[in-house]
Design a protein around this ligand. Structure first.
Ligand code: GLY
Ligand code: MN
Ligand code: MN
Length: 433
């Protein structure tokens, strides 16, 4: 299973070293010391928070569960991995480093966190990248800007993360169809993904009925709903391969009803948005196309009246039903860095007015990876605001009221820009599963 990754890793490492060579030179440093991170305890407690490694560290090595490690890189030299292996009988120490990446590093084993310092560079200007110490911003800006272009290795990790996600989404849908609670669906997802909660790239969003309208709903209600009280199911859940994320959303209807037709129409609309992805498209244009798609849905399914799709967008009505951005970069972080960066110095590209939640304003290029995740929801507080506004007259309120119980729809795929178009990692993964 790791064969292809073993073949792709050397070029990934070469790209990383070249990016660091350039970024260090441009920002005036001789070495980078990249800290994986430390274990954090809860306030007044000896219980740790889940360990989340520094993304800059896991870009170099797929070591995700070992704190107090460092990568030390000096241009022109073999990268060094300082690897933490304490003598401990309270917690299990990390296993010996193994895998396709190991031979590329000069590995130093340390038994205590303090021992790391003896393996740091002794002279020259050192840039520290990690928690607890200031990280030089000019360096960070350059490394972040470059991260938008994924290596083949990174894309393959995300391809695999999508396959795991698709398999687990199928298990979750089966659980929903069999009458399971949100919590039970969540457990089935974890099992099918062969994952713990802490290994997931983000907390599973598993909402039945109205809960689908809470954008980041992570409560996992234990109650099963009676058959006649079950209407809809929205699941936003991903997987993690070597520190790279997938981020996938699907929506299901309990019955063969109008909501099922809406999901089908929305899915076709989402696929049309994806079909337009190719080099040099502006992501804010994709976002505005998503607004037009949502507006057409509102018109077609008669949630609005006396106004056409163009007017629905122009008057901001679509934002009540679609109040988030159409997506974001994805990679080492689910919401990956650099979505607003105009250049490597850190200048940013502003969000379009009226769209404060858009996380990506760049023009996309080959090997950029991002999500396409339009949504359409019946969100109580936003509908209450709309009802008080001058736009209230354009809404077919009895119809809206009938659909509040479904919560909403979101469909989310992860898409890679290719030389001439795109590859949809998520659709391909579902097709294989
Ligand atoms: N799962 C978080 C998001 O879709 O952005
Ligand atoms: Mn997303
Ligand atoms: Mn998501």
């Amino acid at each position: 299973m790791t064969d292809r990754l073993a073949g792709l890793y050397p070029l990934h490492l070469q790209t990383l070293t070249q990016r660091h060579d350039r970024a260090l030179a441009e920002s005036g440093y001789d070495h980078a010391v990249i800290f994986a991170g430390a274990i954090r305890m809860a306030f007044l407690d000896d219980m740790p928070y889940p360990f989340k490694p520094n993304p800059h560290f896991k870009a170099w090595v797929p070591v995700l569960d070992n704190p107090n490690c460092y990568v030390v890189y000096t241009p022109g030299q073999r990268p060094r991995l300082i690897y933490f292996q304490p003598v401990d009988y309270w917690y299990k120490p990390a296993a010996n480093p193994s895998g396709y990446w190991v031979d590329h590093f000069d590995i130093k084993i340390i038994a205590t966190p303090e021992d790391a310092k003896q393996h740091f560079p002794r002279n020259g200007r050192v840039a520290f990248i990690g928690e607890d110490q200031p990280t030089p911003e000019p360096l960070l800006n350059r490394l972040h800007f470059d991260r938008a272009w994924k290596t083949e290795y990174e894309i393959e990790c995300m391809r695999r993360a999508n396959r795991i996600g698709a398999r687990a989404h199928r298990a979750a849908e089966r659980a929903f169809r069999s009458g399971a609670s949100e919590y039970e669906i969540h457990l089935d997802y974890l099992q099918a993904a062969n994952s713990t909660e802490e290994e997931l790239p983000y907390a599973n969003i598993i909402g039945l009925n109205e809960n689908a309208a809470v954008l980041h709903y992570i409560q996992h209600d234990r109650r099963r709903l009676e058959e006649q009280r079950r209407f809809s199911f929205l699941i936003d859940a991903g997987a993690n391969v070597n520190g790279y994320a997938s981020d996938i959303t699907r929506t299901h209807s309990q019955r063969d009803d109008e909501f099922a037709q809406m999901i089908q129409a929305f899915d076709a609309g989402q696929q049309e948005l994806c079909a337009a992805v190719k080099p040099k498209i502006s992501y804010p244009d994709l976002h505005m196309n998503a607004h037009r798609m949502v507006a057409k849905m509102l018109e077609q399914f008669r949630f609005t009246r006396d106004i056409d799709a163009g007017g629905i967008v122009e008057k901001g009505i679509s934002s009540t039903f679609f109040p988030h951005g159409v997506g974001h970069y994805i990679g080492l972080q689910v919401h990956d860095v650099a979505g607003f960066m105009a250049d490597r110095t850190g200048k940013s590209i502003p969000k379009p007015e009226g769209h404060p939640h858009l996380r990506l304003t760049r023009t996309v290029e080959p090997t950029h990876v991002f999500t396409v995740e339009p949504g359409m929801y019946f969100i109580e507080p936003l509908l209450a605001d709309l009802k008080k506004s001058a736009n209230a007259k354009y809404i077919n309120w009895p119809k809206v009221d009938d659909f509040r119980k479904f919560g909403g729809i979101r469909i989310e795929d992860d898409v890679v820009v290719t030389a001439s178009g795109h590859e949809n990692l998520t659709r391909a993964a579902f097709a294989e599963t």
